[in-house]
Design a protein around this ligand. Structure first.
Ligand code: CAP
Ligand code: MG
Length: 423
């Protein structure tokens, strides 16, 4: 296509202080600079041919500019003047910087690697209502007794009736887990209606508090078309719940912003199911880093962010970058609690804490409910693993010295290697 106008190029400097700056990985069979111009034009004020109605004034105010081209690295940077964006609207922002350009014939592949916002764009977004500190406070965890939060997912993923679902939650909490969530596809099916499940699980949360004195969190999965989501969130509130879980990619950014703006005083736990359809292909799509930044602006309190050591893909540099963006203290918005989940078990606790510290929610589904002695033992093993890390002790040494049978069985079951002293 014949996009024209080198005026989209600003390679000799451009004031980006009031621009959203996007970094793209762009591969093309066309002239590299020309393709970069076409991406900038199509994602701001241009189209495939020059139109008479595009005045100089509009161009000066609103045209995106290519501020960096590195054809040998397949990297381009584009600055988008803030005037292009509606205040506090992620759907509009995504339609601009992550819209048509992915499908243009002039690029063979395009991946939005990173995004940086000027104050004028980011500050109208609410960010998390609770954040990391608020999430931990809900569980009675403060600076004086700081530690990672332990969570589980009720398993099997689908199928349990409400009373059995609640029983699994109770056993996990009783064994020492702080946080229990529904699985991502578990919403309001005939085998387990949402309201019935909610009431029964919250009764167990109250029972655990009576029996152990510990406050716990139940992330009820309210995922649904928006009116039902709103109704379910209100039910969580009415029933004394403290957290709603939303599958934020499948429900969409508009729904999430709406639910956050209700300001119900409930933790928002964000599951990212379907993200890998967008984030995984290395040359095309949008990175989880960019999704995480958008979700922090939107105001999730916790977000699945990868584990490096679990069953889902994601190498350390990329996953650490996501954790850093969620927990970056320089933002006006509160910090988001990253969630490590997927294929984890008690033996995963030391490497997760080594990589990411204590400001993390470590979720284990199969790693708890797959314990040979059942869910309570699995939860106790997870809790003991955290205790070993807090005491800076080797997990095997701790299990053996403390004669922690549940942890020993878990380490054997999940094949956790013993690290000999000289290692
Ligand atoms: C984990 C999980 C989570 C994934 C999500 C599952 O269960 O409940 O949804 O971890 O992946 O359904 O697989 P297990 P991510 O603990 O039994 O693996 O956190 O990467 O979004
Ligand atoms: Mg799941």
């Amino acid at each position: 296509m014949a996009y024209i106008d080198n005026k989209y190029l600003a390679l000799d400097g451009f004031d980006t202080s009031d621009s959203v700056v996007c970094t793209f990985l762009m591969k093309t069979h066309e002239d590299y600079t020309k393709a970069a111009i076409e991406v900038a034009a199509e994602s701001s004020v241009g189209t495939w041919v020059k139109v008479h109605s595009l005045t100089e004034d509009i161009f000066e105010r609103l045209a995106a500019r290519v501020i960096e081209i590195s054809s040998e690295k397949n990297i381009i940077k584009i600055a988008y003047p803030s005037g292009l964006f509606e205040k506090a609207s992620l759907p509009q922002m995504l339609s601009l910087v992550a819209g048509n350009i992915f499908g243009m014939k002039s690029v063979d592949s395009l991946r939005l690697l990173d995004i940086a916002f000027p104050e004028s764009i980011s500050s109208p977004y609410p960010g998390p209502a609770f954040g990391i500190e608020g999430f931990k406070k809900e569980l009675g965890i403060t600076a004086s007794n700081d530690r990672p939060i332990i969570g589980t997912i009720v398993k099997p993923k689908m199928g349990l009736p409400p009373d059995k679902h609640a029983e699994v939650a109770y056993e996990a909490w009783y064994g020492g887990v702080d946080f229990v969530k529904d699985d991502e596809p578990q919403t309001d099916q005939d085998f387990c209606r949402f309201e019935d499940r909610l009431v029964k699980v919250l009764e167990k949360a109250d029972l655990v508090k009576e029996e152990t004195g510990r406050k716990v969190v139940y992330a009820a999965n309210i995922t649904a078309p928006l009116p039902k989501m709103e109704r379910r969130a209100e039910l969580v509130k009415e029933q004394g719940g403290n957290c709603m879980m939303i599958d934020v990619i499948t429900t969409g950014f508009a729904s999430l912003q709406y639910m956050r703006d209700l300001d119900l005083g409930l933790l928002i736990h964000a599951h990212r199911a379907m993200h890998a359809a967008i984030t995984r292909v290395p040359d095309h799509g949008i990175t989880m880093l960019v999704l995480a930044k958008w979700l922090r602006l939107a105001g999730v309190d916790s977000l699945h962010a990868g584990t490096v050591v679990g069953k889902m893909e994601g190498k350390y540099p990329e996953v650490k970058g996501i954790y850093d963006a969620l927990r970056d203290p320089s933002w006006k918005q509160k910090r988001v609690l990253p969630v490590a989940s997927g294929g984890l078990h008690p033996g995963s606790v030391p490497p997760i804490v080594d990589m990411f510290g204590y400001d993390v929610l470590i979720n284990a589904g199969g790693g708890i409910h797959g314990h040979p002695k059942g869910t309570i033992a699995g939860a106790r093993a997870m809790r003991a693993a955290v205790e070993a890390v807090i005491q800076k002790r080797d997990i095997w040494e701790y299990a053996e010295t403390e004669d922690h049978k549940d942890l020993l069985i878990a380490l054997e079951k999940f094949g956790v290697p013993k690290v000999s002293k000289e290692d």
